[in-house]
Ligand binder design. Structure first.
Ligand SMILES: C[S@@+](CC[C@H](N)C(=O)[O-])C[C@H]1O[C@@H](n2cnc3c(N)ncnc32)[C@H](O)[C@@H]1O
Length: 296
């Protein structure tokens, strides 16, 4: 699985078929495909309604908005938000290449619609590559974001950094009480197939260390000296809080913590905000629900 030639990209055979049918548009969606669509800005009145009624109200409001398209000035809508911003990166070949590599790691021919999420992770990596310290990800699964990052950083081989990728590498969703991967909750398409499969995905890059085991305990099995970039994506607030507290002292001055799910759930939003206050920093909220902390 080599993507060393910057003009070519290895793709799934099904992906090639998709691109033929979509006349080369890499972001086209084909067939019946679920794309996360939460809401236009929920607003406090709708947000206070009980769960089922709230969703009905949101569907109704979205339908009304769709019927008046000229009132909504946007150029892009996906991953739970819409923006009128010109997303020039969408046609940048380096971005498209990295995005394709991310889809290869996922093993899915369809576009996942997480362009801004990937773009922001790539931007963070491009800043942090110039800082001392390693790259760390807590919650790697199949390695979507880090595949894109390593593909994007064409000089990874000469940076002398190590990527530490932590996960249980279990395919099962988390039990929302215990925070453990729980076979009774079913398999997630975004979690690892298994350790070996994720290892194969990263074999083209040197100095990528997969660290299997339950966080935060697995942090004790390795010796990380300093961190330039920390990507936190455990989907579980309590574990993220412990991990962030332990790793924060290792983040270098100017280093960045990228919180994949800062705006995704109340529990993560509140936990991250509280812990950032303790560190004396603020979190940048972004439209993709990612949060960004720069250590100062
Ligand atoms: C959303 S997925 C990560 C996706 C990944 N960042 C990517 O780019 O593909 C969340 C992952 O966190 C892992 N996880 C959750 N809690 C964990 C814990 N306490 N210790 C280790 N891994 C954990 C899950 O097994 C799952 O693979």
């Amino acid at each position: 699985m080599s993507t060393s030639d910057s003009n070519s990209v290895d793709r799934l055979p099904q992906r090639e078929q998709y691109l033929k049918q979509s006349h080369g548009n890499p972001f086209a969606i084909r067939g019946l495909w679920w794309r996360p669509f939460h809401t236009w800005y929920e607003g406090s009145r709708v947000g206070r309604l009980p769960w089922g009624i709230r969703h009905l109200a949101m569907v109704l409001r979205n339908w009304l908005l769709y019927r008046k398209p000229r009132r909504i000035e946007y150029r892009y809508a996906s991953d739970g938000f819409a923006t009128k911003s010109r997303l020039a990166f969408m046609t940048d070949p380096t971005f498209v290449h990295a995005y394709e590599r991310m889809l290869l790691a996922r093993g899915e021919a369809n576009d996942l619609g997480i362009h801004l999420r990937v773009h922001q992770a790539l931007w963070v990596a491009s800043v942090c590559r110039k800082l001392p310290g390693d790259f760390v990800e807590c919650g790697t699964g199949r390695g979507l974001i880090f595949s894109a990052i390593l593909d994007y950083l064409k000089d990874w081989n000469s940076l002398g950094k190590t990527a530490w990728l932590f996960d249980t590498f279990s395919p099962y969703h988390l039990n929302q009480q215990s925070g453990q991967n729980d076979p009774s909750t079913g398999v997630s398409g975004n979690y690892a197939v298994n350790l070996e499969s994720t290892r194969r995905n990263f074999q083209e890059w040197p100095r990528v260390n997969l660290v299997p085991g339950m966080l935060p305990d697995s942090l004790n099995t390795v010796d990380i000296k300093s961190i330039a970039l920390l990507h936190l994506d455990l989907n579980f607030a309590a574990a993220e809080e412990t991990v962030l507290s332990k790793l924060w002292p290792l983040v270098v001055e100017g280093g960045i913590v990228l919180l994949d799910d800062y705006g995704q759930t109340d529990s993560q939003n509140e936990t991250h905000t509280r812990i950032a206050k303790q560190f004396g920093v603020e979190i940048l909220t972004t439209g993709s629900a990612q949060g960004v902390i720069i250590k100062r």
